[in-house]
Design a protein around this ligand. Structure first.
Ligand code: ZN
Length: 395
């Protein structure tokens, strides 16, 4: 049994506790959370200076792309980024790819991450994920802009899925990389399995241009790749309004990036929410957004509209680290008004809830096994995250 205390405990499910004490089994299962003012204080064996929060949940990563660390140009925009990924990915051996992802997983563990929503286009990461060092939900991503590819793309996804033991779902890469036919296959599968879905949403302006009036760089890229786009009829709305109703059988849906999501999109979402039976979550990957597009989503708008937010690191192809805390620091830097407690909720409880891991993770509560992180170096007066703030995995 361990008794762990700190200046503050942030259970996230309830208000912060000054000098709170967490009592847990040796395997990390919580037996009690004690507020010393309301209970007789048991002797504490371990006291830490700082704030204890639950283990972090990284809702968007591509472990299999870890070998692309420091290889991709910064700030050139998504179109050039994707083209460059396609050019460079063939130049690496399987051994290099596997070594890089093992290292990347270790980095996540060290940075206090306990669960990951991880995208897979291949089986490269499956062996490592099966070791169970972190809790995973693997999103098997399928690509098929042309409707003729739908069946084949979906079957490829099914084949990959059969190789994984932990929770998985088959998901579209993005609104522009899935035909209506493919979306229908994905939606039916989600409906049959109470599934949770995730896709890259409005990561560039080009995505909205394609759906509004069939223009922009995505179409040019498809032409270059020899993909026939003649069948494509623009929805004349933003991509979000096109895709969400087509995935209405999913239990939870994660929209990743949202760099070009407008208040109009959110108003549409709110007015249609009774028809959209899925729970919608918005995943912020600020460091990847700055890396690729040098722009951030309108985060305050999502808060003001009451949207549920989670945190993702994206891959090392578009980030210098796999650290949820580093993402929070970036948000705190550009949006200093967002309270620390709100940021921590996004990084823990919301992510666990989206991934369906809330019975075990996301909050410091009796019978859960959330992992504990110690946050140090915080500015106590302002309760703000600065560059000096660090995370240490305690449990
Ligand atoms: Zn991504």
């Amino acid at each position: 049994m361990r008794k762990i205390s700190a200046d503050y405990i942030f259970p996230v499910s309830s208000p912060p506790i000054k000098n709170g004490i967490v009592i847990m089994e040796d395997d990390g299962k919580i037996i009690d959370v004690i507020n010393p003012t309301s209970n007789l204080q048991p002797p504490t064996s371990e006291f830490f200076e700082g704030i204890i929060v639950p283990g972090f949940v990284n809702t968007h990563c591509h472990l299999e792309l870890s070998y692309l660390k420091d290889k991709m140009p910064k700030g050139k925009g998504l179109d050039e980024f994707v083209t460059e990924v396609e050019n460079i990915r063939r130049k690496f051996s399987e051994e290099e790819i596997l070594n890089a992802l093992v290292k990347a997983e270790d980095e996540m563990i060290k940075n206090g991450i306990v669960a990951v929503g991880d995208i897979s286009n291949s089986d490269f990461s499956f062996h490592q994920k099966a070791k169970g060092k972190l809790k995973y939900h693997t999103f098997i991503e399928v690509l098929g802009f042309h409707p003729d590819r739908a069946e084949k793309a979906f079957q490829t996804g099914k084949q990959l899925q059969s190789k994984v033991q932990h929770p998985t779902s088959i998901v579209p890469h993005s609104p522009y990389a899935a035909s209506e036919k493919l979306l229908q296959l994905i939606n039916d599968e989600a409906g049959n399995s109470n599934g949770i879905l995730s896709f890259h949403n409005q990561e560039s302006e080009e995505e909205n241009l394609l759906f509004q009036n069939k223009s922009g760089k995505i179409l040019k890229r498809f032409e270059k790749w020899g993909i026939d786009a003649s069948f494509f009829q623009p929805a004349k709305t933003n991509s979000l309004q096109f895709i969400l109703p087509k995935l209405n059988k999913a239990k939870n849906i994660l929209l990743v990036h949202n760099t070009y999501t407008s208040s109009e999109d959110i108003l549409w979402l709110k007015s249609n929410i009774q028809h959209l039976t899925s729970n919608i979550y918005f995943c912020l990957c600020p460091n990847a957004n700055l890396y690729i597009e040098n722009r951030l989503p309108d985060i305050e708008m999502f808060i003001n509209e009451g949207m549920k937010i989670t945190i993702g690191t994206d891959s090392l192809a578009s980030n210098d680290s796999l650290s949820v805390l580093d993402e929070l620091k970036t948000i705190a830097k550009y949006f200093p008004k967002i309270p620390f407690e709100t940021l921590i909720t996004w990084a823990t409880k919301n992510g666990a809830e989206f991934l369906g891991f809330e019975k075990e993770l996301g909050t410091i509560e009796i019978d859960k096994k959330p992992g504990l992180n110690l946050i140090t170096g915080i500015d106590w007066e302002k309760m703000k995250l600065s560059e000096k703030v660090e995370v240490k995995k305690l449990v």
